[in-house]
Design a protein around this ligand. Structure first.
Ligand code: CTP
Length: 408
């Protein structure tokens, strides 16, 4: 099973007796670490109350397309953008017909049209309705549009009949939903990620560091694991919990990060340097706390090794990705770093006193030899997944080109 930690899930509930199980789906999704928001169709509210769904999800339920109050809060486009995935459970025969037609005359179908996130539906209906040719051709159309169909199961039905059309159980739906994120784009590859700041000790209690929460690097490591890679995260000091399915190596100084990263990168396919590495360290570290006796003291600093450049100089080198935090001339500065460090891709972001470091959102400009791609502002986990998708494609394009060169 994949992980749902930090995932934003939109649960659509449509009219059917199985809607009584939707509250349990929300509870289980949240237990698995997801944040859940709920959209209910008018007929769903005949089976389970919006108040129940609000209580279990911890958020007001979204019900209407053109409600001015709701639209000024989180409207249909915001909901569509907010979601990392959409699950419609139960999905009635009527809803499947509407989805097949691409209708946009209620909130749920409109959000399904407007979202870039993966969508899955869990059909629930009487077995005759399920077997009807109209339903089957609607399902084929929905499936052709890339929407996943979870189930249905078979067995005795609320109407007394027996056959296919039962909604899958909540636990199975949660497992299948978590697998929506397992893209397999990096299956079989090893990825090394550096994250967080480094700490360069001046004495036992003081040191030099960089502003970095580590959130972006951890999100990148998690997204790479989700994409099927074996991931090694070399992390400077952070307060974050170690991501699941990732081997985390904790380090303190730039030199330690350098040694750990180079040892791992030597056998990796992809290296992503997200860490905010201190460029300089004190020439000497005092073994005892420095006392404030002198009126003025001078700290001599020496250059730290450049981890990214040293990884890129390995023979053979992994596909090497750097990050650049810039305050101005972003593209030009990024391109200059791409050339001087001889790396394959640089992800540049604008930082200012209030931007980039501790915030939960970020945007990136991906600069490569011959192309520039913009990833707009979005939450860091979502941005990390978009970055990994791009890196996987560029890695494959480069590997393809190398194979072609060897053959020709
Ligand atoms: N980096 C590194 N080792 C260092 C310094 C930086 O691996 N000693 C990596 C960072 O992890 C990041 C990239 O290099 O991926 C860019 O870091 P940045 O600090 O912006 O670049 P510098 O080369 O240090 O240039 P400057 O500080 O002058 O902007």
């Amino acid at each position: 099973m994949g992980t749902l930690i930090n995932k934003r899930l939109l649960l659509g509930v449509t009219g059917g007796i199985a809607a009584y199980k939707s509250a349990d789906i929300v509870r289980r999704l949240r237990e698995a670490g997801a944040e859940v928001r709920v959209i209910m169709s008018p007929s769903a509210t005949e089976f389970i109350t919006p108040l129940t769904m609000q209580a279990v999800s911890g958020h007001p339920v979204h019900q209407h397309l053109l409600d001015t109050g709701a639209e000024s809060g989180m409207g249909h486009i915001e909901l569509a953008r907010w979601a990392d995935a959409v699950l419609v459970a139960p999905a009635s025969a009527n809803f499947l017909a509407r989805l097949a037609q691409g209708r946009a005359d209620d909130l749920l179908s409109t959000v399904c049209l407007a979202t870039e996130a993966p969508i899955a539906v869990a059909p629930a209906m009487n077995q005759q309705m399920w077997n009807n040719n109209a339903t089957q051709s609607n399902l084929a159309a929905v499936n052709k549009n890339g929407i996943k169909i979870f189930g249905p199961g078979e067995g005795s039905q609320a109407c007394g009949e027996v056959g296919p059309g039962r909604m899958l159980e909540p636990a199975d739906l949660v497992t299948l939903t978590s697998e929506l994120f397992a893209t397999g784009e990096l299956a079989g590859l090893t990825v090394v990620v550096t994250a967080g700041p480094t700490w360069e000790a001046i004495d036992p209690v003081r040191g030099l560091t960089n502003r970095s929460s580590g959130k972006m690097g951890y999100a990148v490591a998690e997204a790479a694991a989700e994409a099927g890679a074996k991931v090694i995260l070399v992390s400077g000091p952070t307060t974050l919990t170690e991501p699941e399915r990732v081997r985390t190596i904790r380090v303190t100084s730039a030199q330690q990060m350098h040694d750990a990263a180079l040892a791992q990168a030597a056998t990796a396919n992809i290296f992503i340097g997200v860490a905010a590495v201190a460029d300089y360290r004190p020439a000497q570290t005092a073994s005892k706390k420095i006392k404030k006796t002198a009126e003025r003291i001078t700290l001599e600093l020496v250059r730290n090794p450049d981890i990214l450049a040293d990884v890129a100089a390995l023979k053979p080198a992994p596909f090497t990705v750097g990050f650049a935090a810039e305050t101005d001339n972003i593209e030009a500065q990024a391109r200059q770093k791409l050339e001087s460090k001889k790396i394959n891709l640089i992800a540049a972001n604008r930082v200012g006193l209030d931007l980039g470091f501790e915030s939960d959102e970020n945007s990136l400009l991906l600069v490569e030899h011959g192309q520039v791609t913009e990833l707009p502002a979005q939450p860091k986990p979502k941005l990390a997944r978009a970055l990994i998708r791009h890196v996987a494609a560029s890695y494959r394009a480069r590997s393809g080109a190398e194979i072609y060169q060897l053959r020709s």
